[in-house]
Design a protein around this ligand. Structure first.
Ligand code: UT7
Length: 323
């Protein structure tokens, strides 16, 4: 059976950088508080006329170039996003058109908020195993700042915009080894945007569809769920923690990341951290961190990697892969 092996990575951050000092002028907060509680020093914010599909296109072109293929070589496109350009069509279809792919390959979005990228890795893993898929593009892309209330210090300090992408190819060598997904909708009220198309649409029309979160509750659940999922990933594969070279976590909070690294007995030198510069970019954070680790030479061919993410839903998951 073929595995899905990553052959190219790319990422894109919008030009505008918003440092914590700018937030100090907007809400009752401080750079010291934000850095101490989250590790975040700045975030990137998309321009008004820059959409999720734009970010996704930049990241995808970089990943396709790194893979040394043509866009038309792709036979599957999956975009993980919670902030699509439109209600429909999907960002994946818009991206397919932008990339000039008119081969009728399937293209669709996945919505699992901050777990979106690991959910997409699970789906692409199954496509390679069951459908004869040869080359796939998997993207995490968000304009999350569009659903922030810039007067709410509980949330507006945490999130940013960006996109990351990977190209995967069918291979006889190990690529994605296993994926592990979970969700529990019981906790939907702890982290959500409480309006959408079929409910509270008037809030959307007023431009007030904002993220709300009970941060400390979410924090506790994230630490527990991510600790459990790394155990599940190791046990499922009969692996020792020492077999893992890199942790590429969702970038929500440096304290959550450190807790998961500790659970894996990993030093922070084995963790790709971008939360300080990118903040939490939801589905985009894992592929952006992965791209950074690959491009700066830390992640090398043959390395074994755990990706993990946790977010609204709650939805969470992991992917174990060999690069
Ligand atoms: O990616 C999706 C999943 N999301 C997450 O994983 C985020 C999880 N949660 C967190 O990362 C953390 O809970 C936060 C960073 C959001 C908050 O950190 P915390 O250590 O849990 O703080 P807290 O919510 O318990 O608040 C502590 C204090 C409160 O004041 P009092 O009640 O002690 O007087 C808050 O009102 O900090 C106050 N506070 C702030 N102070 C300055 C809350 N936000 C801010 C702020 N600046 N931005």
């Amino acid at each position: 059976m073929k595995t899905a092996r990553i052959i190219g990575t790319g990422s894109y951050l919008p030009e505008r950088v918003m440092p914590n000092s700018e937030l100090e002028t907007m809400v009752d907060t401080s750079d010291e508080w934000i850095v101490a509680r989250t590790g975040i020093k700045q975030r990137h914010v998309a321009a008004r006329d820059e959409f999720t599909s734009d970010l996704a296109e930049h990241a995808s072109r970089r990943a396709i170039q790194a893979a040394g293929i043509q866009p038309t070589d792709l036979d599957l496109i999956i975009v993980a996003t919670t902030t699509p350009d439109l209600v429909f069509p999907s960002v994946a279809c818009l991206l397919q058109n932008r990339l000039g792919i008119h081969t009728a390959c399937p293209a669709f979005d996945i919505q699992a908020v901050c777990a979106g990228f690991v959910y997409a890795m699970d789906v692409v893993h199954r496509f390679f195993q069951t459908s004869g898929c040869r080359r796939a593009l998997v993207v995490g892309a968000e304009t999350f700042t569009r659903i922030l209330d810039w007067t709410d210090r509980n949330t507006c300090i945490l999130f940013g915009d960006g996109a990351g992408a990977v190209v995967l190819e069918a291979s006889d060598e190990p690529g994605i080894i296993s994926t592990h997904l979970h969700a529990d909708g019981k906790y939907h009220e702890l982290l959500n945007v409480s309006s959408g198309v079929s409910s509270n649409y008037s809030q959307v029309l007023r431009g007030e569809a904002y993220t709300q979160m009970q941060g400390s509750e979410v924090f506790k659940w994230a630490v527990k769920a991510l600790g459990d999922i790394v155990d599940e990933t190791m046990e499922h594969n009969g692996m020792q923690k020492s077999d893992i070279d890199w942790l590429v976590p969702h970038q929500a909070n440096i304290r959550i990341i450190a807790a998961t690294a500790k659970k894996l007995n990993m030093s922070m030198d084995q963790v790709i951290v971008t939360v300080d510069r990118h903040s939490n970019t939801s589905a985009a954070s894992i592929p952006m961190a992965f791209d950074e680790g690959v491009r700066d030479g830390r992640i090398k061919r043959g390395d074994t990697i755990v990706m993990e993410g946790f977010g609204g839903g709650f939805a969470w998951g992991s992917a174990l892969l060999r690069y």
